[in-house]
Ligand binder design. Structure first.
Ligand SMILES: NC(=O)c1ccc[n+]([C@@H]2O[C@H](COP(=O)([O-])OP(=O)(O)OC[C@H]3O[C@@H](n4cnc5c(N)ncnc54)[C@H](OP(=O)(O)O)[C@@H]3O)[C@@H](O)[C@H]2O)c1
Length: 202
């Protein structure tokens, strides 16, 4: 397993997990920096990759209401949430294909869906809607490739982003996502899931 992190000097928990396992490699990669993505792809080389999870994401700061929107933060968040996952997916396409049955999962959000009923959150919602579309287009562009593409709403999760009062733990979310990935077939490519395996409405 290759765990990518943008700041290798600030990943104590990941280091602890990796040091206790002989099959986890830590690789520097900033999802918002094309040069960093290319450098990580070069370091990883042509090793087959069975599953690639684009999980890194940013909420986009506190200023994202109609009357108070931080435009610079919107651009930065677009780089991380939307463009980064596209560049990462493209950079590792041949690795996924080399697996023979590669699975690409892009973690998006329920806020990306047209069915999300609340206003505000312009930066997060639009950058996640963008990456959902990226995944849908990748599924079409790669329909002849041995790669299945999925989109995932991971639930409202107890992380720094979701906060301590969120509905599910990170373990519950991760375990559900693993189950969905294990069950995905090529016919499912382009589907939008919830962590529990249900299909999410677009
Ligand atoms: N939590 C929820 O309820 C929820 C709901 C829907 C969707 N999501 C999505 O689920 C994914 C995981 O979110 P989370 O709840 O774990 O959020 P989080 O607690 O804010 O953690 C975000 C993670 O993304 C990493 N990251 C941010 N920018 C990065 C960059 N430029 N390059 C590399 N890594 C970067 C962060 O790394 P650092 O440790 O270096 O900061 C951190 O590990 C995100 O895509 C998020 O949008 C979460």
């Amino acid at each position: 397993m290759i765990a990518c992190v943008r700041d290798t000097g600030n990943a104590a928990l990941l280091d602890e997990v990796a040091s206790g396992a002989d099959n986890i490699t830590v690789q520097q990669m900033d999802a918002g920096d094309p040069a960093s993505i290319e450098a990580a792809a070069a370091a990883i080389g042509d090793a087959p990759i069975d599953v690639l999870i684009n999980n890194a994401g940013a909420v986009g700061g506190q200023h994202q209401s109609l009357d108070d929107v931080d435009i610079e933060e919107w651009h930065r968040t677009l780089d991380i949430n939307t463009i980064g996952p596209l560049l990462i997916s493209r950079a590792f396409k041949s690795n996924l294909a080399a697996s023979g049955d590669g699975k690409l999962m892009i973690v998006t959000s329920q806020l990306a869906a047209s069915t999300w009923p609340m206003g505000g959150m312009y930066i997060y919602s639009t950058t996640k809607a963008g990456v959902s579309k990226v995944g849908q287009i990748l599924a079409l562009d790669w329909k002849e490739e041995p790669i299945t593409v999925g989109l995932m709403h991971p639930g409202w999760v107890q992380t720094d982003m979701g906060g301590p009062h969120a509905e599910i733990t990170a373990e519950e979310s991760a375990s559900g996502i693993r189950g969905v990935i294990a069950g995905m077939t090529k016919a499912d490519s382009g589907s939008f899931y919830k962590w529990n395996g249900e299909i999410h409405p677009w």
